[in-house]
Design a binder for this molecule. Structure first.
Ligand code: EPU
Length: 429
């Protein structure tokens, strides 16, 4: 198991390239199931979750051709689902990545059946998939739970009016993909408005889908008989970009995030400016300068365009060393404060009361050994390690690798001192 060793206290300085968005790439990869044509996907982030999704799709019989000349993880793939022979998402893969459930809608819509493992428990909250199931049932699917699996059948899905009980990102994406090949028109009310939903819709529209309203809370999809292949570049990762912005706000310094787009980062950018970070939006990226100790900012997570839950842990690290105190309310997931106990080990002053964390900024964190518990929690700990005095060891960094491309290399390029050690290296040290 890899871990990071961070020598804190260095300001970040320089330029990094922002990768393609994980949470846009995963549903777009699943869209390949909707067509027998070739789907070429570019700007694919070379992440563990992307590798898992490719493994899942390959296991179904999808042909995967990597971009020419790509050494190591490909940033481009072409997927051909013209000979799918196994309509199943097995537990072994689904348990490691909940987004696997995104194959359910496309499989059912194109092939009339699907067997998808129920995801089971998750570190950050219960995360049921009842809304995915309910929506597909409204479209005519018969879905039974059978030995831990969702067994879904629908000779032909039909359009339906679906109002989801809560805003769900992958739920909206699953239903939108299914509706593309259903008979008639589907309306999804209370739809997620996240930029990643829009990115998926754009790709589907390029494939021939008739979708209106993506980015609003009412998406209307007119089913078509078939979709075709296309060539699509995934949007930049707003969470990766936001994480680097939090890092520089915490350490001080000046960075340029090439390829980042502030268009979809409204709440994050607003809060960082409130914290004192100077942010300049440019055509080719985002420049940020931090010349003062950050000011504490209150946060309340909410569906887009509200403040993203995926940025909460990183802002917690920032607030931990900010001037003043802050209230941070997590409204999306019931167990997304697991980084708090670890931040306390670094000297942070945080109290939790239900879904609210009260953070009193301290002038200095001190390095210690901490444990990453989930993807964004790990990112928060890295930021804390970058500002802490002395050495911080972050164990279980595999959580981070699911969603950040070689973070230690990107941070090192910005002048940070971050080293990855693997278990064999640890054995000899
Ligand atoms: N919910 C239900 N029933 C459902 C679906 C969702 O009760 O059928 C609840 C969830 O338990 C949660 C809330 O609704 O309380 C919102 O969950 P949502 O479905 O929107 O989350 P998701 O689609 O599973 C995506 C991202 C997450 C991100 C959330 C919220 C992907 C692959 N994942 O998850 O990303 O936190 O939306 O924005 O898009 C991450 O990247 O670290 C990550 C966890």
């Amino acid at each position: 198991m890899d871990r990071f060793v961070i020598e804190g206290g260095r300001p970040l300085q320089g330029e990094v390239q922002v990768a393609g968005a994980k949470n846009a790439a995963l549903p777009i990869l699943c869209a390949s199931l909707l067509t027998a044509g070739q789907l070429r996907i570019r700007n694919l982030p070379p992440l563990q979750d992307v590798a898992t999704m490719l493994r899942l799709l390959k296991g179904m019989g999808i042909r995967i051709d990597r971009g020419a000349g790509a050494a190591g993880p490909a940033s481009e793939v072409t997927l051909s689902a013209d000979a799918v022979d196994r309509l199943e998402a097995p537990y072994e893969l689904v348990k490691t990545m909940r987004a696997s459930v995104l194959v359910l809608g496309p499989m059912l819509a194109r092939f009339g059946e699907a067997l998808v493992s129920l995801p089971g428990g998750c570190a950050i909250g219960q995360r049921p998939v009842d809304q995915h199931i309910r929506g597909l049932q409204a479209m005519g699917a018969d879905i039974q739970i059978d030995h831990g699996y969702l067994r879904a059948k629908a000779p032909r899905l039909h359009g339906a009016h679906i109002t989801t009980d809560m805003v769900t990102v992958t739920g909206t994406e699953n239903l939108m993909m299914a509706a593309c090949l259903a008979d008639g028109t589907t309306v999804i009310d209370n739809a997620a408005r996240e930029p990643e939903v829009i990115d998926l819709a754009r790709c589907l529209i390029q494939m021939g889908a008739k979708i209106h309203g993506a980015g609003t809370d009412r998406i209307q999809i007119e089913g078509v008989a078939r979709l075709t292949g296309t060539d699509y570049a995934v949007m930049p990762d707003r969470i990766e970009a936001g994480t680097f912005l939090c890092a520089v706000a915490a350490t001080g310094g000046s960075i340029f995030l090439r390829g980042a787009s502030a268009d979809h980062m409204g709440a994050t950018v607003e809060k960082l400016r409130e914290a004192g970070l100077s942010i300049h939006e440019q055509a080719d990226g985002i420049r940020a300068d931090a010349s003062q100790r950050p000011r504490a900012v209150n946060i309340r997570t909410a569906p887009y365009p509200g403040f993203a839950t995926d940025m909460q842990a990183q802002f917690m690290a920032l607030n931990a060393i900010a001037e003043g105190s802050s209230l941070m309310v997590e409204t999306i997931f019931e167990n997304r404060f697991m980084h708090v106990q670890e931040l306390l080990r670094l000297g942070a002053q945080i109290r939790i009361d239900g879904h609210t964390a009260m953070v009193q900024g301290v002038t200095q964190l001190t390095g210690a050994t901490v444990m990453a518990t989930d993807l964004r929690a790990s990112a928060g700990l890295v930021i804390a390690g970058l500002v802490a005095d002395g050495e911080t060891l972050i164990d279980r960094i595999y959580h981070l690798d699911r969603g950040y491309e070689q973070m230690e290399k990107k941070l090192s390029a910005l002048g940070a001192h971050v080293v990855r050690q693997n278990s064999s290296a640890r054995a000899v040290t």
